[in-house]
Design a protein around this ligand. Structure first.
Ligand code: ADP
Ligand code: MG
Length: 353
């Protein structure tokens, strides 16, 4: 649904060049909720602004629903109408809502329809439908100043949906909201994604947002995408920073003569007594250094960090056993140099949840 290829954006700022996007290849499938996460300055807003051509990319291409927007933008004035129409099929939600204070809720949502030249009666009908969809049917005549932050964002979302977009782009839509309101807005985005088959690309600096609603995610650093994939793929990628952030399980090895393994359980494997089978089959004592169960991307996933006695070479067979059971088992670098040998380490350390 959205593809960027070699997308680059260089800003000229007071005689200096700032590379905000450095060859971004992004693939967002139809009907998925895709999260891009990264620290401030990573280039997230530039990415979203280049995708809907609010910002002109320096190089590279952007394709949305099969249409090459960069080619349209490059054709100059005559393609202006086509580009405007293509952009009207991309909804955009902003962190600070960007509502007009002097217009009622209804008139705010109507604005994009006015610009598209939709006749008055059709506009009113559409607005009522949209207000219903976002749960604000009784607020048509209210002014933005009379609404809470969450209600304002619902208006922002209704306005973004006015042109019946196939794609919704959201730049930190929940960053100005409290945790409870954040949850309700994320739920709304999820519902819209499912009810309308809407593809959602959202930008956030909060891992919790990704965890709550995303099917896929990408990690951005310094204008580049350094990791990407479905949540399941990321969790299955050894050493994935996103997987670790999505699903932290704490705990370090108790000494140099042990092997620490992160075990991830998906689906029905979560219900089987795999660890006790491992212990009995190989007659080994297993310490649990940390464990967590959670719902990620709508799926129940468990993670556990276990410690096996003996070095890695001695544990190849038990680790193979875990993998044969359909679990993902990733050996964690045994960094015990920081632990003084004479200090007796506790058997079990932090249990995450
Ligand atoms: N209009 C602009 N002019 C000059 N530099 C910009 C402009 N917009 C963003 N930048 C710079 O580009 C980099 C990426 O910014 P941005 O895309 O806003 O990142 P994020 O949304 O991840 O915080 C930053 O170094 C920022 O200062
Ligand atoms: Mg930003």
């Amino acid at each position: 649904m959205i593809t960027t290829s070699g997308l680059t954006k260089v800003y000229q700022s007071r005689g200096r060049e700032v590379t905000a996007l450095d060859g971004v290849d992004l693939h967002v499938r139809e009907g998925e909720v895709y999260g891009v996460i990264g620290q401030s300055g990573a280039g997230k807003s530039s990415l979203i602004r280049c995708i809907n051509l609010l910002e002109r990319p320096t190089s590279g291409t952007v394709t949305v629903a099969g249409q090459d927007l960069t080619a349209l933008a490059g054709r100059g004035h005559r393609a202006g109408k086509e580009l405007r129409e293509a952009r009207s099929r991309i909804g955009m939600v902003f962190q600070h809502f960007n509502l007009l204070a002097s217009r009622t809720v209804q008139a705010n949502i109507e604005l994009p329809l006015e610009i598209l030249g939709v006749p008055g009666r059709d506009r009113s009908r559409k607005v009522l439908e949209l207000l219903d969809l976002v749960g604000l049917a009784d607020k048509a005549k209210a002014y933005p100043g009379q609404l809470s932050g969450g209600q304002k964002q619902r208006v922002g979302i209704a306005r973004a949906l006015a042109g019946d977009p196939k794609v919704l782009l959201s730049d930190e839509a929940t960053s100005a909201l409290d945790p409870e309101t954040t949850r309700s807005i994320l739920q709304l985005l999820r519902d819209l994604n499912q009810q309308l088959g809407l593809t959602v690309l959202l930008i956030t600096h909060e891992m919790d947002v990704v965890k709550t609603i995303c099917d896929s995610a990408a990690l951005m650093q310094k204008g580049r995408i350094v990791e990407s994939g479905t949540v399941g793929e990321l969790l299955a990628t050894p050493g994935s920073e996103l997987a670790h952030e999505l699903f932290p399980v704490g705990g370090a090895a108790s000494g140099p003569d042990s092997t620490v393994v992160d075990v991830t359980f998906h689906g029905d494997a979560a219900g089987r007594p795999v660890i006790s089978q491992l212990s009995r089959t190989y007659n080994i004592d297993i310490s649990i250094l940390g464990a967590a169960m959670d719902t990620v991307g709508g799926k129940q996933i468990g993670r556990m960090r276990i410690e096996l006695p003996g070095r890695f070479e001695e544990n190849v067979v038990p680790i193979g056993f875990l993998r044969e059971q359909g679990l993902q088992a990733e050996v964690v670098e045994n960094d015990v140099t920081a632990i003084p040998v004479q200090t007796p380490a506790p058997l079990t350390k932090e249990v995450a949840k």
